[in-house]
Design a protein around this ligand. Structure first.
Ligand SMILES: *[C@@H]1O[C@H](CO)[C@@H](O)[C@H](O)[C@H]1NC(C)=O
Ligand SMILES: *[C@@H]1O[C@H](CO)[C@@H](O)[C@H](O)[C@H]1NC(C)=O
Ligand SMILES: *[C@@H]1O[C@H](CO)[C@@H](O)[C@H](O)[C@H]1NC(C)=O
Ligand SMILES: *[C@@H]1O[C@H](CO)[C@@H](O)[C@H](O)[C@H]1NC(C)=O
Length: 476
């Protein structure tokens, strides 16, 4: 029943008796002229273009034999309808010059066939012979070739208005009366940072305006991804997402987006958003999806004996803190109530969203776990620990720059050469220490500085930074 549940209600219920009388008359005519008796199931699939009496669809089970059916339809249609047959009814606009993603928007008579990754834009006013097929990979990391090569291409095939069209688009088997949004889940795996920045925020920008009345079609469908993000997907669309690549139906939609709009890492630029969306609004949306209780973090009075809560996001395989117990002790000693979160605690998104929302501060070494800052109450504080290796800028790009627009405060703790376990592997005169940028230039950033080190915090220095945070969020 995927996606087809809205079919068969709207048009009939809104349709006039006259339409049905006409349809019945038409079928009688066909039966009389051909001796061909359409079956009930087929009958159900016949639809009208809204506002006209023109029949546009037959059932796919007619297959190519439908040519005869189509001919009959022309014979029996009202003369007024016949003269619109050649009028352009669709429109396609693509933006293939954006840095992050290629996107197309279209409306009219759209027929979407997932298994062949095709979108037919029928009788298009924007038809040009030189670009009758436009292909995009609907993912938001256009500049990253390795990622994009894993993304399935979707083709938009425009047909010219009759009588110039030589392409016969497939017949609709399912008709939807809401817009379609087609995107790939193939680029990110379950990495929470990529899921959020590459997909969830862009989906919000693209699909939230439809208020749930939108059908998501996912290419490179990953069941575990869809399961993990189901609460968010369900808040964006009241229909179950369709596994595009396995979908043999020909689905007709009044409008569609192929590809998701994105503005920047974990961010929304309200000036670029048609609806003036903001990251604050996005975070409010998430708060409602997960029924989070705290919209705002409010200053805590030190004399009241209350403690600000701090979630300490811990890593295990790389960029782990070798002295995390000492760090916890130092922060507890300063007056924080520390909630240590191991990777397994973070995995259950809905549960962890609640934990994060109960806190006033999030602390962690650069990594995907920090993405959970999206669940913090407004005006709480994020402390990013930046590992050794000229990593300040790239780390800031992911988890620093986006923070103010989320309505959060940002503090950085940059690890020195003394605090990295790299000093056990490399002598101090090695380029890892003397010229870390040269390691970046050799393309070894990931292996050396992200996968290759753990961090031993200088507890006294760390304590000083955290004391400032403590004072900033508390009052007398
Ligand atoms: C197709 O090409 C024409 C000109 O070459 C251009 O004006 C038009 O915008 C293109 N259409 C799409 C959908 O890209
Ligand atoms: C396409 O995207 C670029 C970059 O985001 C933007 O500057 C441009 O205005 C867009 N073009 C259209 C037609 O929307
Ligand atoms: C937000 O937090 C900062 C300190 O982190 C504080 O100075 C400011 O008053 C807070 N603003 C609001 C509106 O609570
Ligand atoms: C970092 O620490 C973890 C244990 O928490 C260990 O398994 C891993 O090998 C260490 N990595 C490096 C690069 O030292």
């Amino acid at each position: 029943m995927k996606g087809s549940h809205q079919e068969g209600t709207k048009h009939e219920s809104g349709g006039s008796l006259a339409k049905w009388l006409l349809l019945t008359a038409l079928l009688v005519l066909i039966v009389l002229k051909t001796g061909f008796l359409p079956q009930l199931t087929r009958f159900r699939e016949i639809r009208f273009i809204e506002g006209t009496d023109k029949i546009v669809q037959k059932v796919s089970s007619f297959g190519l034999g439908s040519a005869r059916w189509e001919q009959l339809q022309y014979d029996t249609e009202k003369p007024e309808a016949v003269k619109d047959v050649g009028a352009p009814i669709s429109k396609l606009t693509c933006n293939l010059s954006d840095y992050y993603s290629d996107t197309c928007a279209m409306e009219g008579d759209l027929r979407i066939h997932g298994i062949s990754a095709s979108v037919y834009v029928v009788s298009s006013s924007t038809f040009q012979p030189e670009n009758q097929t436009i292909t995009v990979r609907p993912y938001t990391r256009k500049w990253e070739q390795a990622t994009m090569s894993r993304i399935r291409e979707v083709s938009m095939r425009s047909t010219a208005p009759a009588p110039y069209s030589f392409v016969i688009p497939p017949k609709c088997t399912v008709r939807h009366d809401v817009p379609a949004v087609i995107f790939s889940a193939g680029g990110c795996g379950t990495n929470f940072f990529h899921a959020m920045t590459d997909l969830i925020v862009p989906l919000y920008i693209t699909a939230h305006e439809y208020n749930g009345h939108v059908q998501l079609l996912i290419t490179d469908y990953k069941p575990e991804w869809v399961t993990k993000f189901r609460p968010i997907l369900a808040a964006l669309s009241k229909y179950a997402a369709i596994d595009f690549d396995a979908d043999t139906a020909v689905r007709c939609f009044p409008s569609a987006h192929v590809g998701l709009v994105t503005h920047r890492v974990l961010g929304i630029n309200p000036a670029l958003s048609r609806n003036g969306y903001t990251m604050m609004g996005f975070r409010d949306f998430l708060r409602s999806v997960f029924s989070l209780q705290r919209p705002w973090a409010t200053p805590i009075s030190r004399s009241s004996g209350q403690k600000p809560r701090l979630v300490f996001v811990l890593r295990r395989h790389s960029r782990a803190l070798t002295n995390e117990d000492d760090a916890v002790a130092a922060m507890t000693d300063l007056g924080f109530e520390v909630v240590a979160a191991l990777p397994e605690d973070v995995r259950d998104m809905a549960r962890f969203a609640g934990v994060v929302n109960s806190c006033d501060v999030m602390v962690g070494v650069h990594g995907a776990g920090l993405t959970n800052m999206v669940f913090l109450p407004h005006n709480s504080t994020v402390v990013q620990i930046i590992p050794w290796g000229a990593m300040k800028w790239p780390c800031y790009y992911d988890f620093g720059e986006p923070v103010p627009d989320m309505g959060l405060q940002y503090v950085e703790y940059e690890v020195t050469a003394e605090e990295t376990t790299l000093k056990e592997k490399y002598p101090r005169d090695h380029p890892v220490f003397t010229d870390p940028l040269s390691i970046h230039r050799q393309g070894k950033t990931w292996a050396t500085f992200l996968e290759g080190q753990n961090v031993t915090l200088d507890i006294e220095r760390f304590r000083g930074v955290m004391q400032q945070v403590y004072l900033s969020i508390t009052t007398e």
